[in-house]
Ligand binder design. Sequence first.
Ligand code: ZN
Length: 201
Amino acid sequence: MEFKQKQLINALIASKIHGWTNVTKTGSTSAVSWFRKNGESVIRMAQFNPVEDLNQAIEAAENMGEVRLEFKPGFLHQATVEPYQRIGADQLGTGEGPTASYALVQAILAAAEIMVDQFQSADDLLVKGVVDDEGTLHYKCLRCNHPLRSRRSQIIGYGPECLKKQQEEPDLIDLLQQEQDRKAWLSDGNFMDELTRKEAI
Ligand SMILES: [Zn+2]
């Protein structure tokens, strides 16, 4: 498998299956290590390679549910992952490949309904530039005012649900921002200055 593709799949397993992120405890972002949501470091990205490391692949699969691996001599390795809590037609994930680890990550992706080709590269899965210049952390959601617990949310300023809503409503956010700018402009007294200036003309 091409290096870039391998890197992407490893990053998908890290972020989507394990729920890891590249945001550190202090809120900066890392390009070399994975962290838990609370900022604890887990493993260096280069060392997390479930595509080729069977133990890491099994660990990720067991995170989801039941794992079956088969190999018929002369054929490919086959893997099945059956998530515990999923119901419906797509609950089984199957994969096959030249190695057991490869087959297993394919099965994990299928079981989690993750489409690899929706992502360009591992970079897409990394959080970038979320800390503003002052490194401000938000302890309450900017949208609903609920306390934010995870470091990642504190950096972004929104809980996971509200972040989703924010991203779905960019137009509304723009409008609100414009309204805020207008109010700020009015309260700055610029409005009166403008009027006075016009009257002077
Ligand atoms: Zn919220």
